[in-house]
Design a protein around this ligand. Structure first.
Ligand SMILES: NC(=O)c1ccc[n+]([C@@H]2O[C@H](COP(=O)([O-])OP(=O)(O)OC[C@H]3O[C@@H](n4cnc5c(N)ncnc54)[C@H](OP(=O)(O)O)[C@@H]3O)[C@@H](O)[C@H]2O)c1
Length: 242
């Protein structure tokens, strides 16, 4: 069997109905997996299921900020091989921001991933893996996102700690640069997003924004490479080095 295979494996993606999560689901199914997709909007999940092929995807609406919903979800799913947790929506702002903005990334991105692993861990097979979602702004922060950068740093440390605690289950982190998806910082206008894409293209080595498939490819690598654990990978077009 090819080492680059997910044949007969189950992949659970919390935040799998669009963007990097959905692209990962598509690639996992191409490699032989079945997927379980969770997200808040049933409509988006149904659309994703149709796109992937109904025979290969189960869907489950949930808000990952709610611990009870996460617990119920993983009990319902049962045993599986790989977990990926990109589901998040938040805002960022400078140090003078309100507490709500300052806490936003930890509330929406750190604790939901921490709690997902907490309730998923009993159901992940020893040969399986977890991929957490961070972001390259943690390594090279913008001027308006101290708590956002700190949150990504915390997620990268969490990945290492969980790799130690949950071994032999492998735990890794993907820390992408800017990727063109529907991710919209909770309501940023399309024009603002386009400006930020152009700016990002100027400050990395490839001169462009990444695609969801390029980020998903990194996640699939982390799921399938059986000797990689405790690592963070940066599909960021060289943003950190520029
Ligand atoms: N795109 C980028 O440039 C970029 C760069 C670095 C890191 N990231 C990270 O990548 C992750 C996903 O981004 P994306 O670009 O793929 O965005 P996206 O297309 O908006 O996908 C987000 C996914 O998460 C789900 N989700 C959002 N809030 C949720 C919640 N409270 N509970 C459960 N599911 C939730 C969404 O579905 P519902 O809305 O229906 O819940 C959707 O399936 C985020 O953590 C982001 O920080 C993105």
């Amino acid at each position: 069997m090819s080492i680059y295979s997910l044949e007969n494996q189950r992949v659970v993606i919390v935040g799998g109905s669009s963007g990097i999560g959905l692209a990962t689901a598509r690639q996992a199914v191409e490699l032989g997996a079945s997927v379980v997709l969770a997200g808040r909007s049933l409509e988006k999940l149904e659309h994703a299921k149709r796109e992937i092929g109904p025979a290969h995807a189960d869907i489950f609406p949930l808000n990952n900020r709610d611990e009870e919903q996460l617990q119920d979800f993983f009990e319902h799913v049962g045993s599986f091989e790989h977990l990926f947790t990109p589901g998040a929506s938040y805002v960022r702002g400078p140090i003078t921001s309100s507490a709500e903005v300052a806490h936003s990334c930890f509330d929406a991105k750190f604790w939901p991933q921490y709690n997902s692993v907490k309730y998923a861990a009993p159901f992940i097979k020893p040969t399986g893996s977890i991929v957490l979602m961070s972001g390259a702004f943690g390594q090279r922060p913008p001027a308006d996102g101290a708590s956002y950068a700190a949150c990504n740093g915390a997620i990268e440390s969490l990945g290492k700690a969980l790799a130690v605690e949950l071994a032999p289950v492998r735990v890794n982190v993907i820390s992408p640069g800017t990727i063109r998806t529907s991710f919209n910082w909770e309501g940023a206008e399309q024009e603002v997003r386009e400006q930020s894409y152009e700016e990002y293209a100027r400050v990395n080595l490839t001169g462009r924004v990444g695609t969801a498939d390029e980020a998903a490819h990194t996640v699939i690598y982390l799921m399938t490479n059986t000797y990689t654990t405790g690592s963070t990978l940066f599909p960021d077009g060289g943003y950190i080095l520029r």
